[in-house]
Design a protein around this ligand. Structure first.
Ligand code: NAD
Ligand code: GLY
Length: 353
């Protein structure tokens, strides 16, 4: 078992390793606990909630991104109030990134903030969303637009939960892991050495810790996403989010992988990334998604990318791979971005259009 304490104003202790749920969840009992989970996780792991003691309430949201809305948030807050949750209660987010984001926001808002513990059960949530305190819901067409920074007091990352995770969701988590590979040399080298083992439990357990350690170091430098350090964690996400909003058929992590592929090609066209390094990053992405899709009307994604929170001007901001362990931020006009997207997509038409 490994532990990292996030050195932010409100310290967040991250406990990582197989068996961490069994070891640390019982220590949360004896408090007034409000567990937020989703329908799938509840079916698989709902019984585990008895570990939190008798004074535990549970609220189950429908599984999926569509639940990440102000409406779900209000339903949760309403339920917390009707259950008589007090100011010193503890919200436990048991689930993937959707549960973590909405439960985190509920914990931040209820009575101006109550205790929060994240127990991530997807690979994506374990390597990324449960750590660092970003909470949010989507509104209309804009993802994560209503939210706060609210550090959990504890994050319990137990890879044993991944045993029931569908392969597709493992792929989504691998998308974020490859993102870390494009930001961190050690992770990059480990990924290249283990391309055939990316799905193995042992490899995942090791890399989960590395990714959390990288994220923790970034969050410590730039907790509230102001200086630019934290922005790097959005590599591949501008295009990924825009495609997710536009097409919505695949999941968040799959669109992040596709976004990384498209943004890598844009970086190549701009001469920012190239050679063997660009080939290796592309290879890693394609190890997970097999092929990048062609989209007939991808230019429309540019309209959605304009609303991305990372943009501080009317330009579209992209974080792209550059060299080993180094990324670059580029800001481009909407029309230019639309043109690049179309060019990349057209180049894929022959392959899978
Ligand atoms: P998710 O929460 O929708 O989970 C994916 C699916 O896996 C769901 O159907 C869920 O019910 C199921 N599931 C969860 N745990 C399971 C398990 N152990 N076994 C079987 N099934 C399980 O999606 P996600 O990919 O975990 O998270 C995506 C969300 O995270 C997006 O909304 C994204 O915006 C957000 N996110 C937030 C941050 C952040 O820093 N806060 C970072 C990255 C992503
Ligand atoms: N996943 C991006 C961040 O936490 O900042």
């Amino acid at each position: 078992m490994q532990e990292i304490t996030l050195q932010t104003a409100k310290k967040s202790v991250i406990r990582c390793g197989a068996g961490s749920f069994e070891a640390y969840a019982p220590k949360l009992s004896g408090r007034q606990v409000f567990v937020i989970t989703d329908t799938n996780v509840d079916r698989l792991y709902g019984d585990l909630c008895s570990v939190f003691g008798e004074n535990t309430h549970k609220f189950v949201i429908r599984a999926g991104e569509k639940s990440k809305t102000p409406r779900t948030l209000l339903e949760i807050l309403n339920k917390m109030l009707s259950c008589g949750m007090r100011r010193n209660c503890l919200v436990v987010a048991l689930g993937g990134g959707v549960v973590g984001d909405v439960a985190g926001l509920a914990a931040a808002l209820y009575m101006r903030g109550v205790h929060l513990v994240q127990i991530p059960t997807t690979l994506l949530a374990q390597v990324d969303s449960s750590v660092g305190g970003k909470t949010a819901v989507d509104m209309g067409e804009v993802k994560n637009v209503i939210g706060t920074f609210y550090q959990p007091e504890e994050v319990i990352v137990d890879p044993r939960f991944l045993a029931t995770l569908p392969k597709r969701e493992i792929r989504c988590g691998l998308g974020e892991i490859i993102k870390y590979g494009a930001l961190n040399k050690e992770i990059y080298n480990k990924l290249l050495k283990n391309t055939r083992k990316l799905n193995s439990g042992k490899f995942l357990e090791e890399i989960i810790y590395d990714c959390i350690a990288h994220k923790a170091s970034v969050v410590e430098k730039d907790e509230t996403d102001i200086s630019g350090a934290r922005k790097t964690l959005n590599l591949g996400h501008t295009t990924g989010h825009a495609l997710e909003l536009l097409y919505g058929k695949l999941s968040h992590g799959e669109y992040v992988l596709i976004g990384t592929y498209y943004e890598l090609q844009i970086a190549r066209k701009l001469g920012i990334c190239g050679g063997q390094y660009a080939e290796n990053i592309e290879k890693l992405v394609l190890t997970v998604i097999k092929r990048a899709p062609f989209f007939g009307d991808i230019e429309r994604a540019a309209e959605l990318a304009v609303h991305d929170k990372k943009n501080e001007t009317e330009l579209i901001s992209l974080i792209v791979p550059k060299h080993e362990g180094e990324c670059a931020e580029i800001s481009i006009k909407k029309d230019e971005y639309a043109r690049y997207l179309k060019e990349v997509s057209d180049s894929l038409r022959g392959e899978n259009g």
